[in-house]
Design a protein around this ligand. Structure first.
Ligand code: PBG
Length: 326
């Protein structure tokens, strides 16, 4: 037995019912986190040109968007802030009245069940656009840690459900865990951008967040994309420092890293389907070069199949809508 013609793998592909019965992985709305950009000010709802369908909202304009996210049963949003004021030390990042802090309070009022995850980083808040403190022409690791910890704490104080450090400084998870614990936030999980690569696929995000570095690039802190063993070390370090959920970012060019992380570690694993990955699909779909719905489903399923439990994606609303309509 076992060879053709007795063995015919096509038997299980004959109808949609059969295919569905033997399906190995599925993406559920419950797996998704929807990233959102909040901008300081009033009356602002501005589409990001390289990310069609994604907007920057001032806190007062969030109502309709949050109601829609909640109605679509997307379990969580991930917030990025664009402040009015930028300086050398990113003070707006840990201002209790900062734009993310305001937005968190507003969203928790609008949709108390919706999980609010906040991106913890300095790059949107510093005048130089780097994710840490600049000393000379270097990004100083240890001086950045207290500011990141302060930022995470202020997000928790505003009501964030999960904090997500994306700066890639060594020791930030430990610093954040200690500061949260000292201040009564032992229950707030850390989702760490554990293996975050220096990637060209962040291009549209940097337009959205106005966070492009003013000199140099991020390769002295974000990972070199030639490496995968190093990603496992990064993840291990973050788990040892207290990360509750780990992340691999970007997703599509890093499916091997997602798979290795899944095989090596037992904590929940997130993958970030980043802005450039979104922009590619959107641009091609606009030209009618591919079927958006099918392409998005294939992309998200691939990330899930590679081993991610959670997918952070700008496609979340569209995908949730398509699921509801079938
Ligand atoms: C901030 C941050 C970035 C992204 C998430 N957090 C940009 C960067 O590191 O330059 C990228 C997200 C995306 O491209 O969708 N450190």
């Amino acid at each position: 037995m076992a060879g053709f013609p007795q063995l015919r793998l096509r038997r299980l592909r004959r109808t949609e019912r059969l295919r569905a019965l033997v399906r190995e992985s599925r993406v559920d709305v419950g797996d998704l986190i929807y990233p959102m950009f909040v901008v300081e000010g009033k009356g602002i709802k501005q589409e990001i040109s390289s990310m069609p369908g994604i907007f920057r909202f001032s806190p007062d304009q969030l109502d309709a968007e949050i109601e829609e996210v909640a109605r679509l049963k997307i379990p969580a949003v991930l917030l990025f802030g664009i402040p009015e004021h930028r300086d050398e030390v990113g003070s707006s990042a840990y201002d209790p009245e900062g734009v993310v802090q305001q937005a968190v309070q507003k969203i928790k009022k609008l949709a108390p069940q919706l999980l609010v995850v906040t991106d913890v980083c300095l790059c949107e808040y510093t005048s130089h656009g780097h994710c840490g403190i600049v000393v000379g022409d270097q990004i100083d690791n240890d001086q950045s840690l207290p500011l990141l910890a302060k930022t995470a704490l202020s997000h928790a104080e505003a009501g964030a459900d999960i904090v997500a450090p994306s700066d890639m400084m060594d020791g930030r998870v430990k610093a954040i865990r200690e500061s949260l614990d000292k201040n009564g936030f032992q229950h707030i999980p850390i989702l760490s951008y554990a293996a975050k690569y220096a990637s060209a696929f962040y291009g549209p995000f940097r337009e959205a967040a106005e966070s492009a570095p003013q000199f140099g690039d991020r390769r002295s802190y974000q990972m070199d994309y030639h490496n995968v063993r190093e990603a496992l070390r990064e993840i291990e370090q973050d788990i040892n420092e207290g990360a509750d959920i780990i992340m691999v970012k970007p997703a599509l060019a890093y499916l091997d890293v997602i798979r290795q992380a899944r095989n090596t570690f037992n904590c929940p694993l997130a993958a970030y389907n980043v802005s450039g990955e979104y922009a590619m699909v959107k641009a091609a779909a606009k030209e009618d070069w591919l079927d958006e719905r099918k392409a998005v489903s294939e992309v998200l399923t691939a990330i899930k199949r590679a081993g991610a439990d959670i997918i952070i994606t700008y496609h979340a609303k569209d995908f949730a809508r398509w699921l509801q309509s079938t």
